[in-house]
Design a protein around this ligand. Structure first.
Ligand SMILES: *Cc1c(COP(=O)(O)O)cnc(C)c1O
Length: 636
């Protein structure tokens, strides 16, 4: 064995780079989880988690949720704000909210609300359904409920219901006409609303979501509209209701400079409104706090060049500086970080169910009489490989023989078997060329493709469209790593493909060190031992945005809590069953029961006709029904 080490594995998979303090490679080569970073004595081995999942009889793929990580992130963000506020002697408080659109799962929202209680951490809703949810979930009267997104009459009434129930519901006006509607409904119901205005910022975030800011942004009021809104409220005797200034310049801000610029711009608007006589209580800096998905700590699209504490410090100090210069009080600070709260807490565990390799098949290529000279030529090239001097020429010759052979086959000059032998020899030569070029400094361009064309595809029992929508939709990078065997050298370069019949259902972008690559080294599959890989940082957006492409439904979930007194440091608190085939068929308007009886009738007819014996008929009927009520993924 080579001098492979855990350090080498760390270099390839970067677990502690993207792991946010929660994931490491253990000495035994398994991924370890430390869900409470302040308490490193709680250390969970992923292999034990897999064993428990199997013991529970839960089928893979599985979403694993670490509730302690959610709690740690909520506490971490609030503590970061408290730290900077104390250090800066900032006069306002932090009153954060969690935007539920990032992960609306009830268990996730409940955990966040519970962990946020000591900090009066609230919730944000962006639609009617989300508002109905947060009105029921956010019962802490001290915390904020922020309402963004486009609104109708019903939404306004629901917000005012919240006010009636004693909640701090802030209606953030996204366009001017919403203000007119809100004032009308508020007067009709005689309830004082808490009003926020969203500013269309001139500064744009950089990265994939940069169109959330700038003058063409979909949401928000221009400066002129903000002033008109304030004046309108004054006219209506409701100036005291205007309490919050909001902005959001995009998600996953990769460059800290965008944050600084936005805070400066927002603080300036707040300060001038104050001087015009509109004393707002809150400035809401929106979301955007990024996650280092590729572990590069850079302005790569899937990374960010700052830490949570740096982000928070820039918000606090930026606001303080401007307010002090302008001589206005420090407002309370609100942020709507979603991605940063939830991304780490969940991951998808799937089994590799096969290997696809274009050059895997071999056949006897020994010479036979009367064979075509193309085959003779390429065999000779293979046999004299070690004596060759110009390897680039070897590549060109081999490629040419193969192409000519294919033409000759189509023209009925060579038979199928000879073509197969030529193909076998061709791939043998390519494999040797790959080894030869590995130690060369200069590799000609067409040969750089060799690594990719000789790489394997590992077939994963999951659907990219259900479990990692953003890797398909916007080329989001998510860390993928084997969960065990990292103390062994991974010798198979591969990309991952899913089990949908869509060729877009694949993951072929990874980072190794700081480099983006199209293959990732994995371990060779063993016949009698399952090989599990984890797709990490799926807790934000990925968990809830997936679709049912190919009728693959939601995944089985296990919810994990740490427990120091347990020998494995954890227990499975809940198993949430994923979609059955029946479930997804119902969504698509089928009637699975009727389908089952249709199929039964067909089977019965074959029994009557004597084409099927009755016992066999019953077995097939039961089998069809069992599959209908089963999981949509492959059974291992
Ligand atoms: C999506 C969204 C958020 C959450 O952003 P993250 O980058 O996930 O923190 C916050 N506020 C608004 C208005 C949003 O649209």
């Amino acid at each position: 064995m080579s001098n492979w080490s855990i350090e080498e594995a760390e270099r390839v998979y970067g677990v502690s780079q993207w792991g946010g303090g929660y994931f490491q490679i253990g000495e035994n080569g398994n991924v370890h989880i430390t869900p409470v970073p302040e308490d490193p004595s709680i250390r969970i081995d992923f292999n034990s988690v897999i064993e428990d999942i199997r013991k529970e009889g839960v089928q893979f793929p599985v979403v694993v949720r670490f509730h302690d990580i959610l709690r740690s992130q909520v506490a971490g963000l609030n503590k970061a704000f408290r730290k900077s506020i104390t250090e800066a002697e900032y006069q306002g408080e932090y009153q954060g909210v969690y935007p539920v659109k990032v992960n609306q799962m009830r268990e996730v929202v409940e955990e966040i609300v519970d962990a946020g209680k000591p900090y009066n951490y609230g919730l944000e809703a962006g639609s009617k359904a989300e508002l109905l949810t947060v009105l029921a979930m956010n019962t802490n009267e001290e915390s904020l409920t922020i309402l963004n997104g486009y609104k109708d009459d019903e939404v306004m009434r629901l917000a005012l219901l919240g006010r009636k129930l004693g909640r701090k519901v802030v209606v953030v006006v996204e366009k001017f006409t919403e203000l007119l509607l809100l004032v009308k409904v508020a007067k009709e119901l005689d309830i004082d609303p808490i009003i926020g205005v969203r500013s269309k910022m001139t500064v744009k975030g950089r990265g994939k979501w940069e169109s959330s800011g700038g003058e063409r942004a979909k949401f928000g009021l221009t400066i002129t509209e903000i002033i008109n809104a304030a004046r309108y409220l004054e006219e209506q005797g409701m100036a005291h209701c205007l309490k919050l200034l909001h902005f959001h310049i995009g998600s996953q801000l990769t460059d800290i400079r965008a944050v600084k610029e936005a805070v400066t711009e927002g603080a300036r608007i707040y300060a001038d409104l104050h001087k015009m006589g509109f004393a707002l209580d809150y400035v809401d800096v929106g979301g955007g706090l990024g996650i280092d998905y590729d572990g590069s700590n850079s302005t790569n699209e899937s990374s960010r060049n700052y830490s949570m504490q740096e982000y928070v410090a820039d918000v606090v100090y930026g606001m303080k500086e401007m307010c002090d210069l302008e001589g206005v009080p420090h407002p309370h600070l609100v942020s709507e970080s979603g991605r940063a709260i939830t991304a780490h807490h969940s991951c998808v565990i799937t089994e590799i169910v096969g290997e696809i390799k274009s050059n895997a098949a071999d056949m006897d290529t020994s010479a036979k009489e009367g064979e075509h000279f193309f085959l003779k030529n390429i065999r000779e090239l293979a046999e004299t490989f070690d004596e060759q001097e110009n390897m680039h020429e070897v590549y060109n010759d081999a490629s040419q023989y193969k192409e000519q052979a294919l033409d000759a086959f189509k023209l009925r000059v060579i038979p199928l078997e000879e073509l197969a032998k030529i193909e076998t020899l061709y791939w043998q030569i390519m494999g040797r060329l790959q080894t030869w070029y590995r130690k060369e400094e200069y590799v000609p361009e067409e040969l750089q493709e060799l690594d990719y064309s000789l790489s394997s595809q590992y077939l994963c029992n999951f659907s990219v469209f259900q479990s990692a929508a953003d890797t398909w939709a916007i080329d989001q990078l998510l860390p993928v790593v084997p969960l065990t065997r990292m103390n062994e050298e991974p010798t198979v370069n591969c990309s991952l493909v899913d089990i949908t019949c869509d060729s877009d259902g694949k993951i072929d972008q990874f980072t190794i060190g700081r480099e983006i690559t199209d293959v990732l080294p994995m371990h060779p599959l063993k016949r009698d031992e399952p090989y599990y890989v984890g797709l990490f940082l799926t807790g934000a957006y990925q968990d809830v945005m997936g679709d049912m492409h190919n009728l693959f439904g939601r995944l089985n979930e296990v919810h994990i809590y740490s427990y120091d007194d347990d020998p494995e440091d954890f227990y499975i608190e809940e198993v949430v069953k994923g979609s059955s085939v029946e479930d997804v068929l119902n969504v698509m308007q089928y009637n699975p029961r009727a389908m089952a009886s249709d199929v039964k009738r067909l089977i019965d007819r074959h029994v009557w006709d004597g084409k099927l014996n009755p016992r066999e008929g019953v077995r097939w009927t039961d089998f069809y029904e069992k599959c209908l009520s089963g999981y949509t993924y492959l059974k291992q």
